[in-house]
Design a protein around this ligand. Structure first.
Ligand code: ARG
Length: 229
């Protein structure tokens, strides 16, 4: 594929952080999800096999995984931010998201003010952690490495609330009706995929595939598959 150099020839090696249902999560021994399907389209366009490397979100969002060559592409429900753009290059946005509040459905908690004095779980290195630190001053923030540990913490009562992106929290609440997303904070985020700074050959292919997926129906089909009722 014209000018695209892959770290492992014939493979599109990509980093993600699990679990992040419905974007990427484990099903049996497979990693599946909406973003996984988009990465598969990019690999197909490169005549390459997608090879997933599961890492901590911190190494993805900081750019370290890309810089040291752990992967050529980072795709982890990752919000495009100015700080991250200093450390690696983002694709065009492919998904809109916002921070949201997950609580026990019977908790009566619907506002940030009600979180004062409570334990609120966030994921290390995320926009949700930044949002909570800046906007929920009275809360006791507890940081976890991944969303699975966060949802376990609210199930065991270690935290009273979780702040994370709306997509994964709504998915969790749908599967666990004793929990509910009671507020979305309207942070206006957009997800992008990351490549090493200056890897325009790969970035061009990523952007072309994402754009084509919008016009040929594959994006909508994948959306329906992972977000449809
Ligand atoms: N969108 C948020 C961010 O970019 C959260 C992403 C978390 N992703 C994950 N795979 N756990 O900070």
């Amino acid at each position: 594929e014209g000018g695209v150099e892959l770290t492992n020839p014939g493979q599109l090696t990509w980093c993600t952080s699990l679990p992040y249902e419905p974007f990427e999560f484990q099903q049996g021994d497979q990693v599946v999800g909406f973003e996984v399907d988009l990465v598969a389209l990019i690999a197909e366009r490169l005549n390459a096999t997608p090879t997933v490397v599961v890492t901590a979100f911190e190494g993805i969002q900081s750019g370290t995984d890309l810089t040291v060559g752990t992967c050529d592409l980072a795709a982890a429900g990752m919000t495009i931010t100015p700080t991250r753009e200093e450390n690696f290059d983002f694709s065009e946005p492919f998904f809109d998201a916002t921070q949201a509040l997950l609580v026990r459905a019977d908790s009566g908690i619907t506002t940030a003010e009600q979180l004062a004095g409570r334990n609120v779980g966030v994921q290390n290195g995320t926009t949700g952690a930044d949002y909570a630190a800046a906007n929920i001053p009275g809360a006791n923030l507890v940081t976890f490495e991944d969303l699975g540990l966060l949802t376990t913490a609210i199930q065991t009562g270690q935290v009273d609330a979780v702040i994370q992106d709306n997509g994964p929290l709504l998915s969790f609440a749908t599967q666990n009706p004793e929990f509910a997303v009671t507020t979305e904070f309207d942070t206006g985020e957009q997800y992008g995929m990351g490549v090493r700074t200056g890897n325009t050959a790969l970035l061009d292919v990523v952007n072309e595939v994402l754009a084509t997926s919008r016009t040929d129906g594959t994006y909508d089909a994948a959306y329906e598959k992972w977000f449809g009722t």
